[in-house]
Design a protein around this ligand. Sequence first.
Ligand code: SF4
Length: 379
Amino acid sequence: MMPSGPSFNIITFGCQMNKSDSEILSGALMCAGYSLIDDPHSANVLIFNTCAVRGNAENRAFSRMREFNSLRKKKGRDQIIVVTGCVPQYEKDELLKKYPYIDIVVGANSYEYLPEILSEWNKKSSSVVKLIENKDAESPIVNVNRDKDFDQAFLPIMYGCNNYCSYCIVPYTRGREVSRVREDIFLSIEQLENSGYKKLLLLGQNVNSYGQWLYDDYDFADLLLDILSKFAWIEKVDFLTSHPKDITDKLISVIAENKRVGREIHFPIQHGDDRILKLMNRGYTVAEYKEKVSRLREKVAGVKISTDLIVGFPGETEEEFVNMVNVVKELGFFRVISAVYSPRKGTKAADMDDQIDSKTKKRRLSELHQAVKDYAFKG
Ligand code: SF4
């Protein structure tokens, strides 16, 4: 069937939160009469949903955008280029200076405004920019156009982050931590009942702190319990991402006692050395992290702990790097996502002395990969 209204396509970079944002944006555009098409070249509106966590994700997005723009010029196409996601919040005014051919910029906290902006957009006027610092706790999520490639339904339960890990750009791009009100979350799940989805992935930068600054006596463990009891048709609930400092005994018990909660817990340690963890502002020591892993393994039958690691943080000595490798050897994670440290302007770590050269970072990453290969995947 030929699309009816103007068409759009979204090219998404980055994490599950970005994928979820693209699904919500896609639903909003379809409700406004736009049709989603597979071919980005033919779309009337081409949207780049960008990631700012690492420099190379950002570069990938903009090199694709440049390709599309030169084709647009060459073929005289009347295509509207939109950039959304974390990069607009990160680059702010610099974005249009660097890429003046972008027509519309909507930040990660304001993409819902795109249908309205498009309806008023006039190609003769200058580019439109809409950036909002923090999300609203009551921004409803309705009419999501879910990507059928995933068998889990993504469901954001909170936005932003207050942790300010010294290497991380997220608190600056997605704003302060805001939990969605629980009734809105339940409403989003109700809407899923007849969609065929039986699995949920609850999303947030730090799901374990759900409810802080919103409720006095209701936390992530309570939310999980409510979801399990209210929605018997849900077969499995997973969540991303957990911060080690915020995982509580209460939450461990809820996971342990409810088999419908997924057994793979993503539990990012980020480094295996206390001095570096402190510089990263992570809020726990290696011993405290290990203690929580032991408790999870002791209480939750079949638990699989996965983690993230950053190699080459500023000032990382050879000995400190070896401490990270030793944590991998000792804990034998189920899955490890590792990357070299990528300085992000505006974060504390980007201004630290002793940035590690890229040759050393690459060599350490490859040694880490070897340790992961030899010791990880043991659960
Ligand atoms: S917890 Fe730290 S790493 Fe995770 S999003 Fe927040 S600031 Fe970034």
